[in-house]
Ligand binder design. Structure first.
Ligand code: ZN
Length: 401
């Protein structure tokens, strides 16, 4: 009995120490609370304490608002701006074609247009790899061979190369931003987008009924200094060659003027001005161009962030030009990426990260909740309409020996 009692006494000791500690902590807490006076003037030392780097800043939104998952698009989708497994080396990792198909099926993407198909053997390799096994699921565009720009017969060579590409199965022509910003002749002079040597190529596209997907200029911020005021500062620091600021380059306006000169000069050719004609920051301007050039269309690859941060203006743009806008992503076909685009187009969700956040800037986006008839046009009908313009390979002459 005694021993037992004594044992219980020993057992009680830690409880007593615990209680004592609790009292000490409480007293200390109260003292701290009393000393933490809430001030209404800013800490003059704040600037010194704010040493967190921009790249490490990852704030979590505290908004409690509805959030919708949209893993499958409401209508079948044609992604008109992609580079998956391309021939031009724009794509990232090679993805087995069957895996691309699995992801497309999961997201309700019925077709992907691979824009960077090159020409000749490389184009053939891409068609054999992607289009031959899945003729209804992939479409490939051809490109120009700028290494021939100094040839006296450049125009005819390019028309022949294009005809050959279409004979092999290409269904459009892709022009990268290097036209206007990088392609030079032997004298070192930049080739403008409206160089007359390209006129026969634009005309041939119109004659064959194939669209020209054209990327001219780039985000407005790429033409301004990479400094503290640049809204794409981190993107330009990560990719310094994307800056076109300075006297070495034509201005954004000059490039766009050259491009529009081409649209105007070739009214029977359909132009798909990529990345919302590269001025989604100024939808009033893009709207005026769509009014002026009936042969111009747009897609929104890699511009979800730009459009998503101005949901009211963007929604009006989609309603106004519902027959001229196509779905494009310019991203590896991943289910999460597609789900993000669908959420932006289909839901009224507030303030969520765009696909690839914060790559283009530290802002978030808002859903547009587009009506069904507009969604269907953007998802597939507008693209179907453009691709139905193809006149057929019988428009081509006999293959050159
Ligand atoms: Zn692209």
């Amino acid at each position: 009995m005694f021993r037992d009692k004594n044992k219980r006494g020993e057992d009680r000791r830690p409880i007593l120490i615990g209680a004592l500690l609790l009292i000490l902590v409480t007293v200390a807490g109260l003292t701290l609370a009393l000393s933490q006076e809430i001030k209404y003037s800013q800490d003059p030392a704040a600037a010194k304490r704010m040493t967190l780097l921009l790249k490490d800043y990852d704030p979590k939104s505290m908004l409690h608002v509805p959030s919708h998952e949209v893993p499958r698009a409401k209508f079948p989708v044609i992604d008109v701006h992609n580079h998956v497994n391309d021939a031009g080396g724009v794509h990232g990792e090679e993805i087995p074609p069957a895996e691309v198909i699995r992801r497309m099926d999961a997201a309700n993407v019925k077709k992907i247009v691979i824009l960077t198909g090159m020409w000749g053997d490389k184009l053939q390799g891409l068609i054999d790899k992607m289009v031959k096994p899945y003729p209804d699921r992939f479409m490939v565009f051809a490109q120009m061979d700028w290494s021939k720009i100094n040839d006296p017969s450049f125009s005819q060579e390019m028309v022949q190369q294009l005809d050959d590409a279409v004979r092999r199965g290409a269904r459009g022509l892709k022009i990268l931003k290097d036209l206007g910003l990088g392609v030079r002749d032997s004298s070192g002079k930049l080739i403008p987008v409206d160089d007359p040597r390209l006129d026969p190529v634009w005309e041939e596209c119109g004659r064959l009924g194939i669209p020209v997907a054209i990327h001219t200029s780039d985000p407005e911020a790429f033409f301004t200094p990479t400094d503290k005021n640049n809204e794409r500062y981190e993107e330009l620091m990560t990719n310094p060659s994307w800056s076109f600021h300075g006297a070495k380059f034509p201005s954004k306006q000059t490039l766009l003027d050259q491009e529009h000169h081409v649209f105007e000069k070739h009214p029977h050719t359909t132009f798909l001005a990529l990345h919302v004609a590269n001025w989604p920051e100024n939808l009033d301007a893009v709207s005026s161009w769509l009014d002026k050039y009936p042969n111009m269309y747009v897609e929104f690859g890699a511009r979800e962030a730009e459009l998503g941060r101005q949901p009211r203006r963007a929604r009006k743009f989609f309603l106004d030009y519902q027959d001229r806008i196509m779905f494009g992503t310019d991203s590896d076909p991943e289910e999460a990426m597609y789900a993000n685009y669908f959420r932006w187009l289909e839901t009224p969700d507030e303030y969520f990260a765009y696909a690839g956040y914060p790559g283009q800037g530290r802002w978030e986006i808002y859903g547009m909740e587009l009506p069904d008839n507009v969604l269907e046009k953007v998802y597939n009908k507008n693209a179907e309409k453009i691709f139905a313009q193809f006149k057929g390979v019988n428009q081509l002459g006999a293959a050159k020996p």
